[in-house]
Design a protein around this ligand. Structure first.
Ligand SMILES: Nc1ncnc2c1ncn2[C@@H]1O[C@H](COP(=O)(O)OP(=O)(O)OP(=O)(O)O)[C@@H](O)[C@H]1O
Length: 232
């Protein structure tokens, strides 16, 4: 993201913000409630158009893309982990993970060979790798198992960029540690960039870089020592 600016009706949210996340790297963004962390991810996902500035995902400029082409960038290049997992309880864990590529028919293997691997086989492999029981109902999974299922789903398209919005926010302390360990191991294991937004400083500190969002800009967290406030 380069020179990103975005305003709400009553205040400036981003004011010439810059951010680059490399493959193999993890970056955590912290900031006060309402500072714009989730909105930042929405700009990367192309769900919100910035007033000024540019966004590129795995080298593809996305700022001016049509909805259809942006949807393709999302399905091919981005994986997303939400705070509450957002799994469908009616489906099995394997079905939850395989669903998006089955619907969009854009599943790729890590080597980038489209459709060369059955989504169900890949989903089961990822879940097994992440320690999720595959022969159980989704509704019976523990909180940590649900989030690991959500991580497996985000990895299905072998994304160049993983986004996570408060990925441990709904977990107890022990489970949070396990899921955070897993999440921050992904950039190196899967050769993707990881951008995490979180309130949780103990989670953020695991990232290669921690940035603080304040007054519409990102600064290294250790330099952001003044108390936070949301600027009117
Ligand atoms: N659809 C919307 N329309 C108008 N304003 C919005 C919309 N979505 C979010 N906002 C506002 O944008 C600001 C930033 O919201 P955002 O969710 O990005 O903050 P955040 O830093 O992620 O907050 P939190 O840590 O509480 O989740 C907030 O003031 C919020 O009320």
């Amino acid at each position: 993201m380069r020179g990103l600016s975005y305003s709400l009706a009553d205040r400036v949210l981003f004011d010439g913000l810059d951010l680059q996340v490399a493959r193999g790297e993890s970056v955590a963004v912290t900031g006060a409630s309402g500072s714009g962390k989730s909105t930042l991810l929405s700009c990367v996902l192309g769900l919100i158009k910035p007033g000024e500035g540019t966004v590129a995902v795995t080298g593809t400029p996305t700022t001016g893309l049509s909805g259809k082409r942006m949807a393709r960038v999302r399905s091919e290049s981005i994986g997303m982990v939400f705070q509450f997992g957002e799994l469908l309880p009616e489906l099995t864990p394997v079905e939850n993970v395989a669903l998006a590529p089955l619907l969009s028919r854009t599943a790729t293997t890590p080597s980038g060979d489209p459709k060369s691997e059955d989504p169900f086989v890949r989903a089961e492999g990822l879940l097994t790798d992440l320690g999720v029981p595959v022969r159980t109902a989704t509704s019976r999974l523990s909180g940590g198992e649900r989030q690991r299922t959500a991580v497996a789903r985000a990895l299905m398209n072998a994304p160049g960029l993983l986004l996570a919005d408060e990925p441990t926010g709904a977990l107890d302390a022990d489970t949070r540690e396990l899921v955070a360990d897993l999440l921050f191991s992904l950039p190196r294991r899967h050769s993707c960039g990881l951008l995490v937004v979180t309130h949780d400083v103990t989670v953020a500190q695991r990232a290669d870089r921690v940035l603080h969002l304040r007054h519409g800009r990102l600064t290294p967290a250790d330099r952001a020592s003044a108390p936070d406030e949301v600027r009117p």
